[in-house]
Design a protein around this ligand. Structure first.
Ligand SMILES: *[C@@H]1O[C@H](CO)[C@@H](O)[C@H](O)[C@H]1NC(C)=O
Ligand SMILES: *[C@@H]1O[C@H](CO)[C@@H](O)[C@H](O)[C@H]1NC(C)=O
Ligand SMILES: *[C@@H]1O[C@H](CO)[C@@H](O)[C@H](O)[C@H]1NC(C)=O
Length: 373
């Protein structure tokens, strides 16, 4: 009798332990912190383009990409972590998997759908990237998987508590500009083009809202016209190595229209919350005042070749095989011709997380990750 009772007691203890461990896991994941879903272009791409039928021009899956943190290439087009990776760390989340890794890594903490060189328009680099509409389709698939995994009630809670991060649009303008006959003037009526890109973008936000998403973190575009790739272009054109101002002008137009666009959505959609991150300004400041932010070099890339190392050859796996690599990427604003370094991303993530009022409006991302029922 005594033996049986002890056995029974032991059995109960083990059972309780299993339930407790199980629930600590599920509670942490489903309640204590918000999940994180990412969409858009190379600013957020964790390597999704490794898994699609494209060319090396659209990928960064070889050394020295990743050298400063991962020590192996992940497909991230920088020397280390991206803004989203730092945000995940600050939010006590693990690294968020790429969409094509969710079989192995799960999707409870979030999923990253971003694809380098994709835009908000389906036509932009069609056939070589995962466009924003397809990213949305993949997100919808994930919501179904979630529902099967944790049930209707929990998955609804997870989706409404989650943060949806977007960096998209820059490539639409960059590619349109590249297609212009004189490479000096933007080839479409600017206002209409901006309206088209923004309306494609907001239609995706509305679809996520319909699925239950409520918290959106939106990045402005970036000053691509002052990136090393653009300077290499003007250097070849007229030896100036200046910024392509015409390109920056339209990237700025889109960025300046975003606050109004987001306010309008907030007025239309009950419970819709957003924070707008002015990545344009953050990068522009570092280009113009590198020393103030702890950088030594802001015009030239760390990795690449030609003027400003602005020929997109980092790692020697694209058309041009020759490249030079700097010793200390952390001294550089840019890692390659068209991407910021990990240091620039880390500084950006801190400003976004804590909500620096000059570049993050109306509030920091931290508050989005606090438990909200
Ligand atoms: C990949 O793309 C190339 C060129 O566009 C095409 O010829 C090939 O059939 C594609 N492969 C697959 C598996 O889709
Ligand atoms: C050089 O070319 C760029 C781009 O076409 C242009 O914006 C810039 O004004 C030009 N600079 C000079 C000095 O001609
Ligand atoms: C999206 O852009 C395309 C052009 O790429 C346009 O034809 C379409 O109407 C736009 N869709 C929305 C919802 O604005």
């Amino acid at each position: 009798m005594a033996i049986n009772s002890n056995l029974f007691h032991g059995f109960i203890c083990i059972l309780v332990a299993i339930i407790l461990i199980g629930c600590v896991e599920c509670n942490r994941k489903l309640v204590d912190t918000a999940s994180l879903f990412m969409f858009g272009d190379s600013i957020l791409d964790p390597g999704n383009n490794n898994y699609i039928n494209t060319t090396s021009d659209y990928q960064s899956n070889w050394w020295p990409y990743g050298e400063s943190f991962f020590k192996y290439p992940t497909g991230r087009p920088s020397d280390g972590r991206l803004i989203s990776d730092f945000i995940a760390e600050y939010a006590n989340l693990p690294l968020i998997p790429s969409y094509f890794q969710i079989d192995k890594e799960g999707f409870i903490d979030g999923v990253n759908f971003a694809s380098s060189l994709s835009g908000s328009l389906v036509e932009t680099n069609r056939g070589h990237v995962i466009n924003l509409k397809t990213q949305l389709k993949y997100f919808k698939k994930v919501t179904k998987l979630l529902n099967n995994k944790v049930g209707d009630k929990q998955s609804k809670k997870l989706i409404s508590n989650a943060v949806y991060m977007f960096s998209t649009g820059t490539v639409d303008y960059g590619e349109a500009f590249r297609s212009s006959p004189d490479l000096i003037h933007f080839p479409y009526p600017k206002q209409q083009f901006v309206e088209m890109v923004l309306s494609n973008f907001t239609s995706v936000l509305k679809e996520i809202y319909k699925k239950g998403g409520r918290k959106f973190a939106i990045f402005t575009l970036i000053p691509l016209g002052c990136f090393p790739g653009a300077r290499a272009f003007t250097f070849q054109q007229n030896k100036s190595g200046e910024c392509i101002n015409e390109l920056n002008e339209i990237l700025k137009m889109h960025s300046l229209a975003l606050p109004k666009t987001m306010k309008k959505l907030q007025d239309e959609l009950a419970g819709f919350k957003y924070t707008l991150f002015d990545l344009y300004e953050v990068i522009d400041q570092r280009i113009n005042h590198p020393l103030k932010f702890g950088f030594e070099v802001s015009k030239k890339a760390c990795c690449g070749t030609g003027p400003f190392r602005g020929i997109n050859s980092c790692g020697g796996k694209r058309q041009v095989k020759e490249y030079q690599l700097c010793k200390n990427p952390k001294d550089y604003v840019f890692f390659d011709a068209s991407h910021p370094s990990q240091s620039t991303y880390q500084q950006s993530a801190k400003l976004l997380w804590h909500g620096d009022p000059h570049v993050t409006k109306p509030h920091g991302l931290k508050s989005f990750f606090e438990f909200s029922g």
